[in-house]
Design a protein around this ligand. Structure first.
Ligand SMILES: Nc1ncnc2c1ncn2[C@@H]1O[C@H](COP(=O)(O)OP(=O)(O)OP(=O)(O)O)[C@@H](O)[C@H]1O
Length: 700
């Protein structure tokens, strides 16, 4: 059983002006804070409050053990400045996610140290001791060995003194300015390439440590093969301000949060939209919306705001608002996500927006959104996507008797989501934000997984595993060995849809065997394993009730988080609630990490469904169902027995939304984002907000 983490009752906060101790004790043990000299410092200075967005950075100074505001003088050559809280520290509260703000930086030429970023660490005692291997103290503070390290420049910013372990896997570098902060991912199966800073190491307690530094990260390779460090991350806006209430339920409004890195600039590749054709989406060839887009493009050259009528706001997310829009005169409807570029920049959400766009560009799958075009105006960045009139699964669930889906419906939606996740993993995309709110229902009742701004892009090497009955070692490689999901009486067999002719089912009820033994059924079936199992991120990303334990614990996470969230998702569909929800976010996170999974007494569910959820909600990611062979092994679970994976898109969904009303414009009028005249493509002034033919509304 897992240890229930202790609360850091004795964590101190340091108000401005306070003297900062070099060490302090906790209820568990003394945690070393070796002081500013080494920049080996963990200073909790600010309590994070649930929905607070820290947008305006304000420098706080740590000066010889004293925290000051940035407007105080920085004369002392030993001073360290760091971006800290945006307002004075508040009294200590009991919020679980109290961050430990860690200044990191480097000495400037004048002896001052500008620290660019801070990191929010997890809630546990171990997080208090944070090694800061990236930081280059002043020569006078260095040991002789450390003095050999290359000197920092004197620009006052970290220029990139550290080595990205696997640059080829950092997929976010292409369009961003050098000074961007980026999430750094790495392949945990490989030692880092290039020069690792001699200062890189794991801390004394062996806890994964990572810091966000401008455009760089550092890594440590542990002898057990796990990367212990290497993260580019800072986002104090890590809880989105969305939190909207959907449906009538108290548990609605799950909020995505992100401590992943954000950037301060977005590339303007406005040409991109107009080279996006069906060429990279071969399955869209017969789509009338593609044809309409292409026809306009052939006629007018490029597509822009003036080609669309915005009819209705569908919703508002953390990085933009989504509008139902019509490609004028075509009766083709789209969902247009409109993002205010200045707002993105000021809120450091540009990287998220860019990630989402890049991922959308990749997709061509029936259960994932089609990005029809993208364009930029002076003020806005717009993504034109497929419109889903059926709302989201959260709302749909609220309408079900007992506010939960039948097992039949849950299986259907879960199966489609599973295929979407499988496809994403094949593309090297870890989705990270699965929840019913993000599963939209198309006009035909099939699903569409939406919202990729929290996703992680990483490298993946799809592998075709050919097993052979006469090669036991290879045979084993294709088997799903997930003891955690297997109870003594359980058999994980190939579902019927995988067995026609090829693999006759063998008395599975009479002779239950562990799944490892049942793997013989696949003894000649080639299997594609396309799971980005080695990618690791240190970001704190997701939605409280859906966060995987490894994310909460800050251990580094990879694609297994999607299988965890898939388990929570299935639980919510079947029972109408998530399994670890507590009285607040703090309690929820504790439950996720430490509480055993227990199923509600009602509604009654099948053993197979519970077994699957149990297998997915294994706290240790390495033992979780799906982690070895991805969706393939989940598809083979008995819960999905009978699912015809290849033809599921042709099956009849549990519910089909009412047909779309044809006269949207008449009903809704035409609406327009504030400041945009989509007939002239000009940004118009404040006058345009009042009156006129457009309805105006705010963005965020
Ligand atoms: N393709 C679509 N069709 C119909 N409605 C959509 C579509 N895409 C988004 N929406 C609606 O717009 C809302 C905002 O979506 P958006 O993806 O911007 O943010 P989000 O899902 O709320 O999350 P986040 O804050 O993480 O971006 C959604 O909640 C959904 O109701």
């Amino acid at each position: 059983m897992e240890r229930i983490p202790e609360v850091r009752e004795s964590t101190r906060q340091f108000p401005i002006g306070a003297k900062v101790a070099h060490t302090f004790s906790t209820s568990k043990k003394e945690v070393g804070i070796r002081g500013f000299r080494d920049f080996d410092l963990a200073v909790p200075i600010q309590t994070w409050k649930g929905k607070t967005s820290y947008q305006e950075e304000e420098e706080l100074m740590v000066d010889a053990g004293t925290i000051k505001r940035s407007d105080d003088s920085l004369e002392d050559s030993g001073s360290t400045s760091f971006h800290g809280a945006s307002h004075p520290p508040e009294p200590v509260d009991t919020d679980l996610m109290r961050p430990v703000y860690v200044p990191i930086g480097q000495k400037k030429g004048d002896g001052k140290c500008l620290v660019k970023n801070i990191s929010l660490k997890g809630p546990f005692l171990d997080d208090l001791s944070i090694r800061m291997p990236n930081v280059k103290p002043s020569p006078s503070l260095l040991s002789p060995a450390e003095s050999l390290v290359e000197e920092p420049n004197d620009l006052g910013v970290i220029s990139s003194p550290f080595t990205v372990p696997r640059p080829s896997q950092n997929t976010e570098t292409s369009l961003l300015p050098d000074s961007e902060e980026k999430e750094c991912i790495w392949d945990a199966s490989q030692p880092p390439s290039g020069n690792v800073s001699p200062l890189s190491s794991i801390d004394s307690i062996g806890v994964v440590r990572s810091m966000s530094i401008v455009n760089s990260c550092t890594s440590t390779y542990r002898s057990d093969g796990l990367m212990s460090d290497g993260m580019l991350s800072v986002d104090r806006n890590y809880e989105s301000t969305k939190g909207s209430i959907r449906g009538d339920s108290l548990e609605s409004g799950k909020t995505s949060l992100s401590r992943a890195s954000d950037s301060s600039g977005l590339s303007d590749d406005s040409n991109w939209s107009n080279i996006t054709g069906s060429a990279n989406k071969p399955h869209k060839g017969n789509d009338p919306r593609w044809k309409a887009i292409l026809a306009i493009r052939a006629r007018d050259g490029i597509l822009g705001m003036s080609h669309f009528k915005l009819l209705k706001r569908l919703g508002c997310g953390d990085i933009g608002s989504v509008y139902l829009s019509e490609l004028s005169g075509t009766r083709c409807y789209f969902a247009m996500k409109v993002m205010d570029k200045a707002s993105l920049a000021s809120r450091k959400k540009l990287t998220r927006a860019q990630t989402e766009r890049e991922i959308l560009q990749l997709l061509d799958h029936p259960f994932l959104p089609t990005l029809y075009t993208h364009f930029e105006t002076d003020r806005f960045s717009c993504l034109v996507m497929e419109y889903c009139p059926g709302g989201d699964l959260h709302t749909l669930r609220q309408r079900q008797p007992g506010k939960h889906f039948s097992e039949y419906a849950a299986r259907f939606y879960a199966a489609e989501v599973l295929l979407a996740l499988e496809y994403l993993h094949m593309l090297g995309v870890v989705y990270r934000d699965l929840k019913p709110e993000n599963v939209l229902v198309r006009d035909d009742g099939h699903i569409m997984l939406s919202d990729f701004d929290l996703s992680l892009r990483c490298a993946v090497s799809p592998t075709l595993i050919r097993t052979s009955s006469d090669d036991p070692s290879k045979r084993g490689a294709a088997f799903c060995v997930q003891p955690a999901c297997i109870e003594p009486t359980t058999v994980c067999m190939q579902p019927a849809c995988f067995l026609p002719r090829l693999f006759p089912q063998k008395n599975k009820k009479k002779t239950p065997k562990p799944r490892a033994d049942s793997g013989f059924q696949a003894n000649s079936m080639p299997e594609l394993v396309a799971e980005p199992t080695s990618a690791r991120s240190m970001s704190f990303v997701g939605t409280h009730e859906y966060l995987a334990p490894e994310i909460i614990k800050g251990e580094g996470h990879g694609s297994a988080v999607d299988w965890w969230t898939f388990g929570i998702f299935l639980h919510e569909l079947l029972y109408g609630k998530t399994p670890f929800k507590g009285s607040g976010n703090r309690a929820t996170l504790f439950n996720v990490v430490g509480q055993q999974l227990r199923f509600p007494d009602s509604p009654a569910t099948s053993y197979a469904s519970r077994d699957l959820i149990r297998g997915l909600l294994v706290k240790e990611p390495q033992n979780r169902l799906g982690v070895k062979r991805g969706a393939t092994e989940i598809k083979q679970h008995p819960f999905f027995e009978g699912v015809n994976w290849a033809l599921i898109r042709c099956s009849t969904p549990p519910e089909v939304p009412r047909p779309m009303e044809p006269e949207y414009p008449a009903k809704y009028g035409q609406v327009n984002p504030v400041g945009v005249d989509n007939t002239s493509k000009k940004v118009v002034g404040a006058d345009a907000k009042s009156g006129g033919k457009y309805l105006d509304f705010e963005f965020f």
